[in-house]
Design a binder for this molecule. Structure first.
Ligand code: NAD
Length: 326
């Protein structure tokens, strides 16, 4: 556990994963700084934290080096989450995705180096596995990227590696696999599949599955992601740093089975949701058929032990959407 004086910068702290990290690390008595430009994050995710003396919001942009320097001042650890997510967004606008995810990332590395940050932990992505067919995915074996987004996330790993070797900055990349849970935005063209489907089903609208629904994903509940961030921050094992880890549950479920479960859990609140039909649409460009992580490396090196199975997490998430967004 961190002592009370630890100061953590969470970039993208108003977003889905970032706001959960802000809540958690504040609840553990740390000082938390949130740097966000609200591009895809929301003030309502952090509104309840603004009165907390241990919380500081810096409204700024990682594309601006001065904002990054200001945000990393006197900071012990950086949990870098700020980025433009979504494969389709990056296919529609690769330039802005690259500016934020690559140039912004480099600014954050520079600022962290110059302000003497102890460790820089960053949100990497399972998209780095690209066209590799190997299952389960192991950290050392990646394929070719399938989207501009995937390129940016891979470049992040390369930059972090060079910064650790060249300047001695401690870094850890966490390759998140399809994270879901409270605060994940269900709205907008680039919404992730779980919150989007939950919201549609709550409104009794038919969700559209791209393809035949036999695609599978290693959907990972947010609390597992919080755990692996905390472990990455706290590890004293020098052989566990300057590397990347899969951050997942380590099991996969098809989209068809996922929808059945969402309907089942929502039916506990409104039984008529069980009757909403599912529609099948065309396959999406850049989508891979199956994704499943090996979590052995995080288990062995960081003592990661994910507590939430997909079912357990989904039940929590569905309840949260019902109670907060219905
Ligand atoms: P999100 O969109 O909810 O959060 C991203 C946050 O970054 C938002 O609050 C946004 O306003 C902020 N941001 C964007 N551009 C910025 C800029 N230029 N300057 C400052 N802040 C900026 O997304 P998320 O799902 O919470 O993702 C967090 C991180 O995890 C991202 O790096 C994403 O690529 C990565 N990731 C997420 C998943 C997932 O399943 N959600 C999977 C793999 C990787």
């Amino acid at each position: 556990m961190q002592d009370n004086q630890t100061k953590i910068l969470i970039t993208g702290g108003a977003g889905f994963i970032g706001s959960n990290l802000c809540d958690y690390f504040l609840s553990k008595g740390n000082h938390v700084v949130c740097l966000d430009n609200f591009a895809t994050g929301h003030r309502y995710n952090i509104e309840h934290l603004l009165a907390n003396d241990n919380f500081k919001l810096i409204e700024g942009d990682i594309r601006n080096l001065n904002d990054c320097i200001k945000a990393t001042s006197n900071v012990d650890y950086v949990l870098h989450q700020a980025a433009l997510g979504s494969v389709p967004r990056s296919i529609e606008n690769p330039i802005i995705t690259n500016d934020v995810n690559v140039s912004g990332f480099l600014n954050m590395l520079m600022a962290s180096r110059d302000n003497g940050v102890k460790r820089f932990i960053f949100a990497a992505s399972s998209s780095t596995y690209g066209d590799s067919q190997e299952l389960p995915k192991k950290e050392d074996s990646i394929g070719k990227p399938l989207s501009p987004y995937a390129i940016t996330k891979y470049v992040n790993e390369l930059y972090a590696d060079v910064f650790s070797k060249t300047y001695g900055l401690e870094t850890i990349g966490l390759r998140y696999f399809n994270v879901f849970g409270r605060n994940q935005d269900p709205n907008g063209a680039y919404a992730a599949v779980i919150p989007k489907f939950v919201m549609q089903l709550m409104k009794k609208e038919s969700p559209i599955i791209n393809g035949d629904g036999n695609y599978s994903r290693d959907f990972t509940y947010i609390d597992n992601i919080i755990q692996v961030n905390e472990l990455a921050m706290n590890t004293k094992d020098k052989t566990a740093i300057n590397t990347v880890y899969n951050a997942a549950y380590g099991d996969s479920i098809t989209l068809n089975d996922m929808v059945v479960l969402i309907k089942k859990y929502l039916s506990e609140f409104d039984p008529s949701i069980e009757n909403v039909e599912i529609i099948y649409g065309p396959k999406r460009v850049g989508d891979i058929a199956h994704s499943l992580a090996s979590i052995e490396k995080a288990r062995t090196k960081l003592n990661y032990e994910p507590k939430y199975s997909f079912q357990l997490g989904l039940k929590e998430a569905v309840k949260w959407y019902w109670e907060n967004l219905k």
